[in-house]
Write a protein that binds this ligand. Sequence first.
Ligand code: FRU
Length: 482
Amino acid sequence: MFEKYKKVLKKDYDAWYQENKAYRDKVAKDPRRLKFHLMPETGWLNDPNGLCQFHGTYHIYYQYTPFEPTGELKMWAHCTTKDFIHYRDYGPVLFPDQDFDAHGVYSGSAFVDNDKIYYYYTGNVKYFDRDDYDYINSGRGSNTVMFTSEDGYHFSEKELLMTTDDYPEDISNHVRDPKILKHDGKYYMVLGARDKKSVGMILLYQSEDLRHWKYFDRITTEEPFGYMWECPDVFEIDGQLILTCCPQGIKPQGFDYHNPHQTAAMKLSYDFDTKESRIEEIKLMDRGFDFYAPQTFEDERGRRILIGWMGIPDAEYTNPTTEDGWQHALTIPRQISLRDGKFIQEPIEELRKLRCGGTKMAEFDGNEKKICDDVVYEAVVEYNKCKNMKMTLREGITLSYEDEVLTLDLGAYGSGRTTRKVRLESLEQLQIFADTSSLEIFVNHGEEVFTTRIYSLKGEISIEGQCEGMLTIYPLKSFLIE
Ligand code: FRU
């Protein structure tokens, strides 16, 4: 059924790894390497995959290719942690070693049920050598694949569940990134899809045993919202269904949708009996330059945790780390909630354990205040009032508030990128995580987030403007990876 391509087996990777110590040493010397973010040892990282907690241990898999910093052949790498401070890195664990995934073990997810982990992913095949090659309709195979594990480390054989021919007739060959949810005792698989008219949507499949899946429905907006929805996730918070996904092909509108591709959180009303669906509200999930493909899971404490890719496909700038042989990272884990109906993202509380002493607290009252020159820090700003303000977060990089608009400005350090903005009635609070080459800015207790890679390495923190309040800087230490 499948044409043959060159696959990469574990033994091929092991041989390559043996021969490439010099590559690893070169990457390790880059001063932009991050202290508390997961990143590739060499090469490229993108979407988080298979997130789950099993018997106390958090499992984080991700799209990875160690061979070059520009992407290409994807596999799944694996990390674990119990506390989000100490990690173990297992390197790549799933290889493109089958006919049905020869051009990439693409994104997917994990679902814990009956003391077992069920994994689903898209096996990608590119039919470059076909006479009728066409990117949208015939050029690739998008195969839904499953495997299981009793412990998160040892995996069963991959089982092919669906091929491109099994999806509905009017759907193009772009179908990928399966994620599972359980509702009223039945299992649903959500897949991101593009139809033949280039309308983005999700496909829903239903199953009673997690292995046999029947087409159930499709969900999209009333008016088309982009040509493809990647990396969908559907979950429930306080009785409200939330659909997150990454729509592609949306034009900028005001301050919104300026990145090459978007990540949206939608309030979904869906009747699983009548299949009536309505998307009621769409929120751009992140305001920064580098955020995509987030995935959530419920942990054993019942928290809904999200991790995203701190990067973006088809970026219009060259990430300076490319020259040093690596690109991209995952975001810090965030806890998701609904507050007064608003979609909220806040850093998980475990990250407080990264604070390592040397805390500086400063009241500010309008005059420019230079605080310190830390580079790797968490900053908490509590405003008593704020008419306008300008905060320097790193040399040349500012966050300012003026006329109810909050602006992140990368200045001379943007590598071609300039500003990102959001309208905000009032600025009350900021929580900022600055790593060597990244910023994650949580605004008003997580109502908005800006996630961005930055390349100014010189520390400088100051605040000025018609505002009063308290700024606390917590220097942060590295997390530990074995
Ligand atoms: C999103 C994405 C997914 C795909 C994966 C391949 O960044 O394009 O849709 O499965 O990356 O690496």
